[in-house]
Design a protein around this ligand. Structure first.
Ligand SMILES: O=C(O)CCC(=O)C(=O)O
Length: 297
C-alpha cells in the first residue's frame, strides 16, 4: 500500500490541544465535548486484571526507553509552526495532527499525535521525518507518539477514542511520572491501567483475534486526560505485511468453535482501519462472518 494521496475529506477546524492548553482557558471547545454516554467517570477506583499485559523484564535498555521518551517530548515541545511542517493529511495516519478524523461533525480527541510508518519500507514518507530535534531519527524507533496536555475538564473529553488496534501486538511505552490515562474495557467497565515505571504494556490486536478464531480477543481501550498533568505515550504496532492473506488457524476451528472470521488481505484491512473513525471494535466487523451467511467451519 503506497502512501495515501492528498485527500479532499472535509474535517473542519481542528484546534491544536497544546495551544488550547497554553491559553490557560477553562473553556473546552464544543467539538471536544463528548455525549454523556461517552464521558469518562473518575469516581471509582477500579482495579482488575485485563487482557492488557504489563511487561517488566523486557530486556530493553532503560536508557534507550528514556532517550525515546526525551526526544518524543522534545518534539511536542517545539513551536506549533515547526510541528506543522509535518502535517497529517485528513484520511492518512502519518505526520503531526489528529488521525482518524474523517468528517466535520466528528468529536475530537484531546490529544496531539505524531506518527511515522516504518515497515514495509515503501510506506515511509521521508518528508514527514523531522529535522528537529536533531537526534530524532537516531533515538526514535516508535511508530506513534501521543501527547495529551492537561485538560481543564477531563470529565467531558476523551484523550483517545475507544478502539482496538488493527495490529497483531502493540507495545506501549508510557512517559515517566505519567498520570493514569490508559483504560481497558472489561465486562462493560473501563478499567484504568496503572503505569509501572519502565514497564511496557502489550496489547493484543485484531489480527491475533482473527488468527486464534476469537480465543484471544483484541483489547478495546481508550485514553483519558488529567486536569493538571500532561501525558506522553509511544506506541509501536507489530502487524503482518500488507500482502499477507490471513484468517483463523485451522486447528482452532471446529464444531464447538465454528469459524468466526473470513480470510482477507491484511493490506485491505489496514486501509479499512485507517479510513474509518475509531469506534470501539467496529472495524473488526470487516472480518467477521455474519451468522446467517451459512459459512462452514
Ligand atoms: O496513549 C495511550 O494510553 C493509548 C494509545 C493508543 O491506544 C494508540 O495510540 O493506539
Amino acid at each position: 500500500m503506497a502512501p495515501m494521496p492528498v485527500s479532499d475529506i472535509k474535517v473542519g477546524h481542528i484546534d491544536d490541544v497544546q495551544e488550547l492548553r497554553k491559553s490557560k482557558s477553562s473553556h473546552v471547545p464544543e467539538r471536544f465535548i463528548r455525549d454523556t454516554t461517552e464521558r469518562p467517570k473518575f469516581d471509582k477506583d477500579i482495579v482488575s486484571s485485563t487482557n492488557s499485559i504489563p511487561v517488566i523484564n523486557h530486556g530493553i535498555d532503560v536508557d534507550l526507553l528514556n532517550s525515546i521518551e526525551k526526544v518524543a517530548m522534545e518534539f511536542f515541545m517545539m513551536p506549533l509552526e515547526e510541528k506543522q511542517k509535518y502535517p497529517m493529511i485528513p484520511g492518512t495516519v502519518q505526520g503531526y495532527g489528529q488521525a482518524f478524523v474523517l468528517s466535520e461533525d466528528q468529536k475530537l480527541d484531546w490529544c496531539n499525535m505524531f506518527a511515522l510508518g516504518l515497515e514495509p519500507h515503501y510506506i515511509r514518507n521521508p518528508k514527514l521525518w523531522p529535522t528537529k530535534p536533531s537526534n530524532f531519527s537516531v533515538a526514535l524507533q516508535a511508530v506513534r507518539m501521543n501527547y495529551y496536555p492537561a485538560c481543564p475538564r477531563p470529565d467531558l473529553v476523551l484523550g483517545l477514542s475507544p478502539h482496538s488496534d488493527g495490529s497483531a501486538l502493540t507495545v506501549l511505552q508510557q512517559g515517566k511520572g505519567n498520570s493514569v490515562g490508559l483504560q481497558i474495557l472489561k465486562d462493560s467497565s473501563w478499567i484504568p491501567v496503572q503505569p509501572i515505571p519502565d514497564a511496557l504494556v502489550i496489547n493484543i490486536g485484531d489480527t491475533i483475534e482473527v488468527l486464534t478464531n476469537g480465543r484471544y480477543k483484541s483489547v478495546e481501550h481508550r485514553a483519558v486526560t488529567h486536569q493538571e498533568k500532561d501525558r506522553l505515550t509511544i506506541v509501536t504496532f507489530y502487524a503482518p505485511s500488507y500482502e499477507i492473506e490471513l484468517g483463523p488457524i485451522q486447528e482452532l476451528v471446529n464444531k464447538n468453535n465454528p469459524c468466526k472470521y473470513r480470510r482477507y488481505n491484511h493490506g485491505e484491512y489496514s486501509k479499512h482501519y485507517v479510513t474509518n473513525k475509531l469506534q470501539g471494535k467496529k472495524t473488526l466487523e470487516f472480518a467477521k462472518i455474519k451468522p446467517d451467511s451459512g459459512s462452514e467451519y
